[in-house]
Design a protein around this ligand. Structure first.
Ligand SMILES: Cc1cc2nc3c(=O)[nH]c(=O)nc-3n(C[C@H](O)[C@H](O)[C@H](O)COP(=O)(O)O)c2cc1C
Length: 166
């Protein structure tokens, strides 16, 4: 079982989620390639693709949108998508970005999940700091490892069910 995990972010939170998913997949016996979106030129050897993006100002990063556009023109295995963004831990529903909705449709994705992210105000650029200050969002680490691991386990379970004997 070969899984490609391809994600992009700016400050490391999205990559940390991808690393945790990779750990779960490998623990379940899968071979995993973690690649930056720009470096993905062929997906024919994979049994599943996991594509994720940080969310900035309600958009996915351009490199991820470009990957979605490329993969949508290729024959590809089942795709799982995730966003890394929200910084609050309230029960308020989080709307998917239009980029995520487009990707679900373009890739006929099995699912899209939005995971809470992390923000360290000290690490932001001047421009990011201004947008962040105006947003009213709260800085902090809201990553939920249980949610992330459970999602990765769901993916493995689905892939395993479709390939008896693996
Ligand atoms: C300038 C700026 C804009 C942001 N815009 C959004 C947004 O529109 N929606 C959202 O859910 N999170 C937003 N966030 C939060 C980030 O998505 C969150 O910090 C995420 O974990 C960043 O991932 P990364 O470390 O991989 O870049 C924003 C953060 C910054 C600094």
């Amino acid at each position: 079982m070969n899984i490609l995990v391809s994600t992009a972010g700016r400050h490391g939170a999205t990559e940390s989620l991808a690393q945790e998913m990779t750990r779960v997949f490998q623990h379940g016996g899968a071979e995993v390639d973690m690649r930056s979106p720009d470096s993905v030129i062929d997906v024919s050897r994979y049994d599943a693709l996991v594509i994720g993006s940080a969310v900035y100002s309600d958009r996915w990063l351009p490199a991820v949108n470009d990957l979605v556009a490329r993969v949508s023109t290729w024959a590809h295995p089942p795709v799982w998508l995730f966003s890394c963004g929200p910084l609050h831990s309230s029960d308020r529903p989080v709307n998917d970005t239009s980029d995520a909705a487009h990707a679900v449709s373009a890739l006929n994705a099995t699912s899209h999940r939005t995971f809470p992210g992390k923000l360290d105000a000290e690490r932001l650029s001047v421009g990011e700091r201004q947008i962040f200050a105006a947003s009213g969002a709260i800085a902090g680490d809201f990553r939920d490892w249980v949610l992330v691991c459970n999602w990765a386990r769901e993916i493995l379970a689905r892939l395993t069910a479709e390939r008896p004997g693996w």
